[in-house]
Design a protein around this ligand. Structure first.
Ligand code: SF4
Length: 262
């Protein structure tokens, strides 16, 4: 399949209506096939090709790269951070450091509803016997409420992070909400991330050097051994690989004569 050039993308433009469908996602993935990350972010943040958009960041091991790229395009972009009440203190300090260092001006920290916490997790131990319910309470529900006015979100997921993300496309459709999810770093490699961190002298999350290549809430994050998936330390011992914010990754079905869209 032919790939558009940057010039032809600038000339032709593309935009999607308020509630996208599967066909819109195929169009977006095909239109931006081959685009570099800065061009994609400019289209999403400045030209609003997917409508109103917010970045959801965990301020984890590799979050600095996407935050830096976003800051270079639109420092006032909405950055959502879910303060579950279970983060490592190092993550909260890292969040504050990056926000200041990168000059981001629109951090929105979300909290779980206090009444729901009292009713469903008064001892704060739900993670130990019902991690899906705990993530629903502390992550999924607060984020869904905050994202109601938005048409799209930007995530920092990468294909290399785990076998379940291997086919991560640049654009996805959240079937439950009709919202578009943009994955600008989908095809970035470990080396790409490291090179950008070096080139921009971005500070690493302090727990990376202690053996945590993927960092979520403290009770559900453990160190990773050599040879394991970077996300192997998340919910170790549970049949759970995602917090519920990200559905199962589906490769877009190819059209006649097309290769799969990633
Ligand atoms: S990652 Fe663990 S502690 Fe955090 S919300 Fe999910 S189950 Fe709860």
């Amino acid at each position: 399949m032919a790939v558009k050039t940057r010039e032809s993308r600038t000339r032709d433009r593309i935009s999607i209506g308020p509630r996208a469908g599967a066909h819109d996602i195929i169009r977006l993935n095909n239109f931006y096939r081959g685009a570099d990350t800065a061009e994609l972010l400019k289209a999403v943040l400045c030209e609003k090709i997917a409508g109103d958009v917010a970045l959801v960041s965990s301020f984890g091991a590799e979050s600095a790269v996407l935050l830096d790229l976003v800051a270079g395009v639109d420092p006032a972009a909405a950055i959502f951070f879910l303060d579950t009440g279970k983060h490592f203190p190092e993550t909260l300090a890292y969040r504050d450091l990056l926000i200041e260092r990168l000059g981001l001006t629109n951090l929105v920290t979300l909290h779980p509803d206090a009444g729901e916490i009292a009713a469903r997790d008064d001892k704060g131990l739900r993670w130990s016997f019902d991690p899906d319910g705990c993530c629903d309470l502390r992550k999924v529900r607060p984020l869904e409420a905050a994202l109601a006015p938005f048409d799209a979100t930007i995530s920092g997921r990468k294909a290399f992070q785990s076998s379940t993300r291997a086919n991560l496309p640049m654009f996805e459709l959240e079937n439950a909400t009709g919202r578009i999810k943009v994955n600008p770093l989908a095809r970035w490699t470990v080396a790409d991330i490291a090179a950008h961190m070096d080139a921009r002298a971005l500070p690493p999350h302090p727990l990376v050097a202690q053996g945590y290549p993927s960092i979520g809430c403290a009770p559900c994050t453990s160190k990773v051994q050599p040879g394991e998936d970077p996300r192997a330390g998340r919910w170790r011992g549970w049949d759970k690989t995602e917090c519920g914010l990200h559905g199962e990754v589906k490769t877009m079905p190819p059209g006649p004569g097309e290769e799969p869209v990633f």
